[in-house]
Design a protein around this ligand. Structure first.
Ligand code: F6P
Length: 468
């Protein structure tokens, strides 16, 4: 079997016995272990004199590099996270565009391709991840790299009307077409991509589903990313006896708990969620003193202005909710602006009566899937899920809400907390079935199977090379 080369913005080598790694990292790591290969990307460091480091663990070589300050500012903080991220999450109002940053974005993609080239064997298969690396294949082709290259977009792909808000959208999209296979989380994303091809790029969608644009032909498919539900269930079971401390009422009963876990990001709908919780306590006062909401939201991309703004806004709303509604013996909202280790999170999921996952827009949202998988089958909690999370396609047995509808979310919380055991069990079984049918292994294996069979070795022509 040919080797696999995974390219992603961040790389975190997994050492044996390290249980804190997230499911996705473990899944990709397993794929690399099956065929042997390389995991290549940024190590998260910024330095004056960037260096490349190489570490081999078993049959996997981790090749990581630092970024210079200008590269970090233009490629990561700038074009990736201040332009692409907001636009791809339908927040044009929060996006800014700077030509210099776009040049930096392309420059870093070209630099990464150059560093990877000498490490490649002719039959290696490359799997590139996420929006930081859209032009990576084009940069490879320019260097004469003819290997099969697949790409998976972890975030949503926006409708053409939204994408075209990015001034160099055509140039960006043209560079996208040098991949052999492009994977999306949902059919909505794939259709939006296809729409851009026919309406903006003057390309074609063939009867067999293959695509062509800007002189390139390639394929696109839907590969919803999953979790390992039974593994999570086992981890959650083994957490019993070490339950996180949950507040007691003055009568000594355990309060019901709602849990949310998100990076502190404006796409996650945190402010709207806090407001909906406040509305819930106002509208259904019988729940006061009997329920607690735990929001874990570690800081993310804190040197990007829009992230600083959402953090301030959230602190204000959290302070407002608690200031208005708390009592000496009851704090309705616990807002933890920090990360917790994976085991504790799984334990919290198990204990919580409601998992509240209400992003304004999200590629998939694995927290929704992990919450379900961690439940006790004999007494499962209820998932309240935004219709704008990719996960809503598969988890239709959740209570689906519109995060812009404050009262609608409040009503869903009331319904979740009152839901009879039989209904909770039915919904849980339904969702577990969906999680098992499309787990993390299926996501990875299907994508790689398609890449191996659909991808074609490319003859790099001078015309193609000139396109980057
Ligand atoms: O979900 C998108 C994503 O960019 C992932 O690729 C990444 O692991 C996560 O968000 C965290 O973002 P960052 O690498 O910017 O901290």
């Amino acid at each position: 079997m040919s080797r696999l080369v995974v390219v992603s913005n961040r790389v975190a080598p997994i050492r044996q016995g390290k249980a804190t790694a997230g499911g996705l990292a473990v899944g990709l790591h397993d794929a690399l272990r099956q065929s042997g290969g390389i995991w290549f990307g940024w190590n998260g460091e910024v330095s004056k004199r960037p260096e490349t480091a190489c570490e081999t663990i078993g049959n996997i070589t981790y090749v990581t590099l630092d970024l210079s300050k200008p590269d970090y500012d233009q490629y990561y903080r700038g074009f990736s996270n201040a332009t692409l991220w907001p636009v791809f999450h339908y927040r044009i109002d929060l996006a800014r565009y700077c030509r210099k940053e776009y040049e930096g974005y392309r420059r870093v993609n070209a630099m990464l391709a150059e560093k990877l080239k000498p490490l490649l064997r002719p039959d290696d298969i490359l799997w590139v991840h996420d929006y930081h690396l859209i032009p990576f294949a084009a940069a490879c082709r320019q260097l004469g790299i003819g290997n099969r290259i697949g790409f998976f977009l972890h975030i949503p792909f926006p409708a053409p009307e939204v994408l075209t808000a990015i001034p160099p959208h055509e140039d960006l999209f043209r560079s996208f077409c040098y991949y052999d296979l492009i994977g999306f989380q949902t059919e909505t994303d794939r259709l939006a991509f296809q729409d851009y091809i026919s309406r903006e790029a003057g390309g074609r969608v063939e009867a067999d589903g293959s695509l062509s644009a800007y002189g390139q032909s390639f394929c696109a498919g839907v590969y919803p990313i999953g979790v390992m539900p039974d593994e999570i269930r086992r981890q959650a079971e083994s957490y019993r006896g070490r339950r996180p401390i949950i507040g007691l009422t003055t009568e000594g009963r355990r309060r019901k708990t709602l849990i949310s876990v998100d990076r502190l990001d404006y796409s996650k709908g945190l402010v709207e969620r806090f407001q909906a919780y406040e509305r819930f306590l106002e509208h259904f006062p019988e729940h006061r003193h009997n329920v607690e909401f735990i929001q874990i939201a570690p800081t993310s991309r804190s040197d990007v202005k829009t992230y600083q703004a959402i953090r301030k806004q959230l602190e204000t709303v959290a302070g407002h909710v608690n200031g208005r509604l708390s009592d000496l013996d009851w704090t309705p909202l616990h807002y933890l602006n920090k990360s917790l280790d994976r085991r504790t999170l799984i334990g919290l999921f198990r204990t919580a009566n409601v998992g509240l996952v209400t992003p304004l827009r999200d590629g998939m949202n694995l927290v929704a899937k992990e919450y379900v998988a961690a439940q006790n089958p004999a007494d499962p909690g209820v998932l309240v899920l935004s219709r704008f999370a990719g996960a809503a396609r598969e988890l239709s047995a959740a209570l689906i809400v519109n995060p812009y509808d404050c009262l609608g979310m409040a009503e869903a919380l009331d319904r979740a907390l009152r839901m009879p055991l039989e209904e909770r069990k039915e919904r849980y079984e339904d969702m577990m079935q969906a999680l098992r049918a499309a787990d993390l292994n299926a996501w990875r294996d299907t994508f790689l199977r398609d890449l191996r069979s659909f991808g074609r070795h490319r003859v790099v022509t001078a015309r193609r090379a000139a396109a980057f």
